[in-house]
Design a protein around this ligand. Structure first.
Ligand SMILES: Cc1ncc(COP(=O)(O)O)c(C=O)c1O
Length: 390
């Protein structure tokens, strides 16, 4: 490997985005954000009641072509609430990639279930369906209608495929496996607003799909999330549970279940509503940035840029390079050199099964995840770089 690879990589990045201080991903406010926020204050509707919640939910439905959308306080609780609403219970096992944000697996634990870690593939960085199927053939046993883990005797109940950095995972193959093994599919599309698989928007493949609108996402509500589904009963249940399971009454406080206070405030929805109006512009500028990085990194032998596989269209939320024959030491050399130049690159998450509190959870062999961990680096990817109206 080229001993000055760290310098070559940083040079390629600055060739695309210039030599100045760069964060990994910054929000872009070029539309009605201030107007809408002012409106919520003027109307004294900043909290749980107000027109922007419905407006934002309608915009999400329209963009994703989904029948129902429920906005909530963040992506982690969108996943948690989805798991509860889909009937995931104490001691059920839920497959989740070890390469994802901690919130994905934390949500499984909040619901009382057990994360069961699975490996990822290099192409999409998402769940490896071939490995998953082979693994299930070994570890799953059918009792009646359901499948159980031979080793733990727990029911294998669901899978959370994650569209890593906006790259759609191999949805068709994963859905086929889920059908065979009677698994509920909850899509973690936290990073994938604006990503499509064969012309269908992310989040529409599972029983539900979850988004995050945290400050670093393609659009932001400050903090926030949403759940989409095409199932009317489930949508009602999710909305009900997200609003403390309160039954409408003129004055009484009546709740019919242990609900959650997860609804998105009007103030945050106002910001989201203005942001989503410009989502297509953000997608365009992100695509341009991705193509510029592609051109630049083609020149380097030992580095490849993670690309959308043919079957999908990524939102290019975060651009990711893969360093061939890498090690943690080599990866860190790139990170620290870039940091000295005020370019804040980020490694991929530490695979979750290596975190102390997840160490005893069930898992398959996770060798590709470890390879991804030591080889991948995220590049500055804000929508502002190639947006003409700043
Ligand atoms: C893959 C993934 N899942 C879940 C989440 C959780 O979203 P939030 O930060 O809004 O709770 C995030 C975002 O940070 C994420 O990147």
């Amino acid at each position: 490997m080229d001993r000055s690879l760290h310098k070559t990589i940083v040079k390629s990045i600055t060739a695309v985005i210039g030599k100045k201080k760069h964060q990994l991903h910054e929000p872009l406010f070029i539309g009605n954000e201030i107007n809408y926020l002012k409106k919520t204050i003027k109307e004294n509707l900043v909290s749980s009641i107000g027109p922007f919640v419905k407006k934002f939910e309608d915009q999400i439905k329209k963009f994703t072509k989904t029948k129902y959308a429920i906005s909530v306080i963040n992506g982690t609780e969108a996943l948690h609430l989805s798991l509860v609403a889909c009937g995931i219970k104490y001691n059920d096992e839920v497959f989740v990639p070890t390469i994802t944000f901690a919130g994905t697996a934390n949500a499984i634990v909040y619901s009382g279930a057990i994360p069961h870690f699975v490996d990822s593939e290099l192409e999409t960085l998402g769940v490896d369906p071939i490995k998953l199927e082979r693994y299930l053939e070994k570890v799953a046993i059918k009792k009646g209608k359901f499948y159980f883990n031979k080793k733990t005797s727990r029911r294998i109940r669901a899978i959370i495929p994650v569209h890593i950095f906006g790259n759609i995972c191999q949805v068709d193959k994963i859905l086929k496996i889920a059908k065979k093994y009677n698994l509920i599919v909850i899509e973690d599309a936290a990073e994938a607003l604006g990503s499509f698989y064969k012309k269908t928007h992310a989040g529409n493949f599972g029983l539900v799909g979850c988004f995050s609108f945290n400050g670093n996402k393609i659009i932001t509500t400050g903090g926030g999330g949403a759940i989409i589904t095409n199932n009317k009963l489930l949508a009602r249940k999710i909305k009900h549970l997200s609003t403390t399971a309160k039954i409408y009454h003129q004055w009484e406080y009546i709740h019919d279940a242990v609900g959650y206070n997860f609804r998105m405030p009007n103030l945050n929805a106002a910001l989201g509503s203005a942001q989503i109006e410009n989502l297509n512009k953000f997608l365009k500028s992100k695509r341009k940035l991705f193509l510029r990085y592609c051109k630049e990194f083609l020149k380097i032998n030992d580095v490849t840029l993670i690309k959308n596989p043919k079957f999908s269209k990524s939102n290019n939320w975060l651009n990711t390079i893969f360093i061939k024959n890498s090690s943690i030491k080599k990866r860190n050399k790139v990170l620290s050199f870039a940091q000295k130049k005020q370019i804040f690159l980020r490694p991929i998450w530490k695979p979750l099964h290596t975190l102390k509190y997840f160490n005893n959870m069930p898992k398959m062999k996770l060798d590709i995840a470890m390879k991804i961990y030591k080889s991948c680096i995220n590049l500055p990817s804000s929508a502002s770089y190639f947006n003409s109206k700043k």
